[in-house]
Design a protein around this ligand. Structure first.
Ligand SMILES: Cc1ncc(COP(=O)(O)OP(=O)(O)O)c(N)n1
Ligand SMILES: Cc1nc(C(=O)O)sc1CCOP(=O)(O)O
Ligand SMILES: [Mg+2]
Length: 532
């Protein structure tokens, strides 16, 4: 484990760090800026309805160590950590006297409460209470957990360290809200840390009903090894405070921790290739990536197109389309499927047959009929097959106004017409229907019919003439969110937000209606690059 924080930075082990005892006498009952100025909602705000600690507060738990400071203050570094996404902060300073610890706790409390993040104090119950912190963390050689609970009352958060299943069960019985279990990897930040192997960590998580965070030597390169253990988050000192940019380090580790906790979700796009990259399979894959889902593809057709129009289309054979779908499903089973441009009857039949064979959980069909440029993308006879054989197999379909008119058989002139169209088409097909409003009607608002009810999603209008690929992008963003486990309502809302963001980035490419910036919010911007 390296302590090098970068050229010229010091080794914190060179600084005297006496492992101070826990609670000692002499702390004032309350600091002058104490509990009265605490987070208005108090620590109860971090609890769920059943009284348990909300596990989301533990996803990225930043533990302080002033020995990493290099000309900045602890408040500044903690502010950076929470700005980057730390969900909980622990003041753990072994070399501070109690008055200094209390002052530091009060300062950190302000920083944390300004952004709604709980502050925990390590070891010292009296300082935690006097400073108006949200909780305290004690280990096996600190004050006994039951005694701590009696002192802090029912609301304040109590964290307890455990290295065995017996210790974990006892801590839970004595009123712990969460457990810190480590050291799961070798650490240079705690001299007396004991090793906890993966099996013990998993056994502790399985034995208790309170949330567990892993601690010790965790960083961006090994966090994924904790997948499947049952933890709800990770606690770390050096992966944040030893980094040159604490905010970026926090964001990077948060993204990686979330990915580790959620597992990798996959989506499949079955659609046409757009040589200009703004629509079709290319837009779908970029959208999936940007929405945190691994994208796979089965290509229905190659198109030669750019922002001015489609000049040529070459369909793949139905056999080859089927082979692509089978190759993906038989190996990486996607959590959701998006179907886009599919222009010929045999290809539509192949997709319908594969849906029956592989039974994906979610199927989003964008019934692409006409490109934004006006080019027809499906043969007349194929529309009948689409309606009869593919759309009834969808979870949700996402027609724009002209497509909804074809499916409904009437003109759509008002928002009421959009609702009627969505309802009638949905009843006929037995699936949810999202009718998308256009610039001239309902602005950026769409209506979703599902299970007999209509719901409007009022989007924010973005003045951007470059709208090539918006339909593909919306449907693949919905599929990505369904793949991640969101319900349909939430998936539509998130997808609309994503499309608005991609439009608002105002990318301007090509002479015609250009593509959106699918990568406007990519996490990679926050990932530390080489040389750090
Ligand atoms: C979240 C979390 N987990 C474990 C610890 C370690 O606590 P403890 O065993 O009391 O050791 P010290 O931190 O006091 O040296 C922790 N602080 N936080
Ligand atoms: C504070 C602490 N407790 C541990 C335990 O095993 O209980 S390990 C540890 C140090 C964590 O720091 P780093 O992320 O730099 O390894
Ligand atoms: Mg302790």
């Amino acid at each position: 484990m390296s302590f090098a924080r970068g050229a010229g930075e010091r080794d914190p082990r060179a600084v005297a760090a006496p492992e101070a005892a826990g609670a000692a006498a002499g702390v004032a009952a309350a600091h002058p800026d104490g509990p009265a100025a605490a987070h208005p909602a108090g620590p109860a705000a971090f609890r769920l309805a059943d009284g348990g600690l909300d596990p989301r507060t533990l996803v990225l738990y930043a533990v302080t160590d002033r020995r990493w400071l290099d000309g900045t203050t602890l408040e500044e570094e903690v502010a950076r950590a929470v700005e980057g996404g730390a969900t909980m902060v622990q003041l753990r300073e072994k070399d501070l006297g109690r008055d200094e610890l209390l002052d530091e706790a009060v300062r950190l409390r302000e920083v944390c409460h300004a952004v709604g993040v709980p502050l925990i104090v390590d070891d010292d119950v009296e300082v935690a209470v006097a400073a108006g912190a949200d909780g305290v963390h004690v280990g096996q050689s600190d004050m006994e957990a039951g005694a701590v609970r009696a002192l802090i009352g029912p609301d304040m958060i109590l964290g307890v360290s455990a290295q065995t299943v017996d210790e974990a069960l006892l801590a839970q019985e004595r009123g712990a809200d969460y457990l810190g279990v480590g050291a799961v990897f070798p650490t240079g930040s705690k001299d007396d840390a004991l090793d906890v192997d993966r099996e013990t960590l998993a056994a502790i998580c399985a034995a208790v009903s309170i949330p567990v965070v892993a601690i010790g030597g965790i960083g961006r390169d090994n966090v994924r090894e904790l997948a499947g253990t049952g933890i709800v988050g990770v606690a770390t000192i050096s992966a944040l405070f030893a980094r040159p940019d604490v905010r970026l380090a926090a964001h990077d580790l948060l993204v990686r921790t979330r990915r580790m906790l959620d597992g990798v979700r996959c989506a499949l796009t079955i659609a046409g290739s757009d040589s200009s990259g703004g629509a079709g399979v290319q837009a779908d894959l970029k959208t999936m990536q940007a929405n945190g889902v691994f994208g796979t593809s089965a290509i229905t057709a190659l198109t030669a197109q750019n922002t001015r129009g489609v000049t040529s289309i070459m369909d793949v054979t139905p056999e080859f389309l089927g082979e692509q779908i089978d190759a993906v499903f038989s190996d990486i089973r996607p959590d959701a499927v998006k179907v886009g441009m599919v222009s010929a009857t045999p290809l539509i039949r192949t997709i319908a047959e594969r849906i029956d064979r592989w039974r994906p959980e979610h199927v989003v069909v964008d019934p692409v009929m006409v490109a934004t440029s006006g080019a027809r993308l499906i043969s007349e006879d194929a529309v009948g097959t689409l309606v009869a054989e593919l759309l009834p197999r969808a979870t949700v379909i996402t027609p724009n106004r002209p497509e909804a008119e074809v499916l409904w058989g009437h003109e759509i002139q008002t928002e009421k017409d959009m609702e009627l169209a969505a309802a009638e088409v949905g009843r006929r097909l037995g699936c949810a229907v999202l009718v998308k409003g256009g610039h001239s009607l309902a602005d950026a608002s769409d209506v979703l019919w599902r299970d007999g009810e209509c719901r409007w999603y009022r989007g924010r209008r973005v003045e951007n003439p470059n709208t090539h690929g918006t339909g593909c992008t919306l449907s693949s963003a919905i599929a990505s969110n369904l793949a991640k486990g969101f319900g349909l309502d939430e998936s539509v809302m998130r997808a609309k937000d994503y499309v608005s963001g991609a439009l608002a980035a105002m990318l301007d490419l090509g002479a015609g209606s250009g593509p959106m910036d699918h990568g406007f919010d990519l996490a990679s911007r926050f990932v530390e690059g080489p040389g750090e």
